[in-house]
Design a protein. Structure first.
Length: 340
């Protein structure tokens, strides 16, 4: 091998060694920059949007949620109907008494509210929303022009939540608004309802509704430290309880003691079995004496053929849940009273 060829061979070997070293250093020695997604989050890793959210915890009704840091909240306490019940009044009407309402706002504009209601015995389901009295709670009330487009059960872990969305176009309203409601129960069967604010712009509603949906993904239930106890229902008619002499056109107090439920239906029962429905009334679920002032109508004896002044009657009072179901709590007057 001549000297010139040796130099060429050595130079080639050096080039291969240097080039291979540089390649190996670049491939194995230099750390690669991690691929980033939107917002600087590494690709393949989902950013937790709730990481910097605040926590709302309600010890009385046994639930907690996370909510965006820019939101504020305030409590308005019991609604007017509940305040009347707390004063010992008996009410009848279409608005359900609620223990508390907590309003969440952003930039002083309401985004959604949480209402805490009385115990609700029936299951949370689309069927009970449409067929029962479920829709009486929250903003998604079918009676006043609300038209649902979504009625479905969604789950957060083991918590079943009824989701209802739709538009509202009540009497005299030309522009519809959009609203949504979410229903669930705590461990004491109190019905809790999240209702979005009414919004005319559908895109605004979708944004608010999406936020509420994300908030509900953080929902957690726990045992309550206080609140209305789930007391076994009972009822006792106090007056009239036998021997009273009432007259048409006059007003008398029908009195009873009850606990463990908030609604009753009162009937006047003739000795022959016919009945007159006095009405359905809401009273406090807390144990105690309640009353309703009933004015006997002038045409009372024309209800049934054969009824006449001096006939004998009893009062019958039956417990009725706000979902329309009756259970075992009811009572009659012990003896007959007369109406002249």
């Amino acid at each position: 091998m001549n000297r010139a060829f040796s130099k060429i061979l050595i130079s080639a070997i050096l080039i291969v060694l240097v080039g291979g070293g540089i390649f190996a250093w670049q491939y194995f020695g230099v750390p690669k920059e991690e691929a980033k997604g939107p917002g600087g989050t590494p690709e393949g890793i989902t950013k937790d949007e709730t990481a910097d959210w605040q926590t709302y915890r309600n010890e009385e009704y046994g639930f907690e949620i996370k909510y965006p840091r820019e939101f504020t909240f305030s409590s308005s306490g019991p609604n007017d109907e509940q305040q009347r019940l707390d004063k010992g009044e008996t009410i009848s009407g279409t608005v359900q008494p609620s223990y508390d309402t907590v309003i969440f706002s952003r930039n002083n504009k309401e985004q959604f509210k949480i209402e805490m209601f009385h115990s609700y015995k029936k299951a949370i389901s689309p069927e009970n929303y449409e067929d029962g009295y479920f829709y009486l709670y929250g903003n998604c009330d079918l009676r006043w022009g609300f038209e649902p487009t979504v009625i479905q059960i969604v789950k957060n872990s083991s918590i079943e939540i009824l989701e209802v969305k739709g538009k509202f176009l009540g009497p005299g309203i030309k522009t519809p608004t959009f609203r949504g409601c979410y229903y669930f129960k705590n461990y004491s069967n109190n019905l809790i309802v999240f209702s979005t604010a009414d919004l005319e712009n559908q895109l605004d509603f979708k944004q608010v509704d999406s936020t509420v949906g994300n908030i509900l993904l953080t929902l957690n239930l726990f045992s309550q430290k206080s609140g209305v106890p789930d007391t076994a229902p009972s009822i006792t008619v106090i007056s009239p309880n036998g021997g009273e002499k009432w007259e048409v056109g006059k007003t008398y107090d029908i009195k009873w003691k009850s606990q463990g439920f908030s609604e009753v239906v009162i009937l006047v029962v003739h000795s022959s079995g016919g009945v007159v429905d006095v009405g359905r009334f809401v009273s406090s679920a807390i144990a105690g004496e309640k009353s309703y002032s009933w004015t006997i109508p002038q045409n009372f004896f024309s209800v049934y053929i054969g009824w006449k002044p001096g006939d004998k009657f009893k009062i019958f009072i039956d417990e009725i849940q706000t979902d329309g179901t009756f259970i075992s709590a009811n009572d009659y007057s012990d003896n007959y009273f007369t109406i002249n």
